[in-house]
Design a protein around this ligand. Sequence first.
Ligand SMILES: [Zn+2]
Length: 246
Amino acid sequence: MVRARTTSLLTLLALALASCSKSGMTDAESSKSDGHKHLGPITVEKTYGGSYPIAVVCTTGMVADLARNVGGDKVKVTQIMGDGVDPHLYKASPGDVNLLNGADAIFYSGLHLEGKMADVFVRMARKKPTFAVTEYIPENRVLDDPEASFDPHLWFDVSLWREAAGVVRDALKAYDPKHAAEYQSRTDTYQAELAKLHDYAKTQIATIPKEQRVMVTAHDAFRYFGRAYEIEVKGIQGSAPRARPA
Ligand SMILES: [Zn+2]
């Protein structure tokens, strides 16, 4: 098991860990047939013209965190999924749909993490800037999922989540170009913090003898974590997928 000295990274990730279960994957999520294309440069149809703060609605706490750090006082961030909620299983309530309808812009994690909200995002994207932050990250840094198209759990590699901050920055710059410089400088600061955290985790974990760097888990979410910090991740159920309805 990973020892206590990695606490600060693990604390950062703990909420997300607790709330994410592979068993929540649906057939649609697990289908490779939809052939995800990673998205190109961020554009918006219309820039923001309202008063401040901009009403931003996010799905998970991890995404809301990005929006708060990048947007600062120019945005008011509302997070749909509470801590401890499984994003794979979460269905939008009528209240959530109201929130999304009232939002100026929407950020979600993407790559089917919020698999049961896919239709809602499609609807919202027709009406307002709606961004799946992980889907702008270059494909060569995203892991394939043996059971699905891509592994959505990117935040477990802090250096990758740092890239996701850049996605939120670019989206806000495109949507609210008046404050582009502010989004840029906030992101620079935040990304520097994340880079430090990533390096710290790497250095700390590297002090653990390699043969002890093993993490045992029931969930397949830790492949980015294992790759980034050189930890062997073992699933207690092996690599075989759980039985799911035909
Ligand atoms: Zn998960």
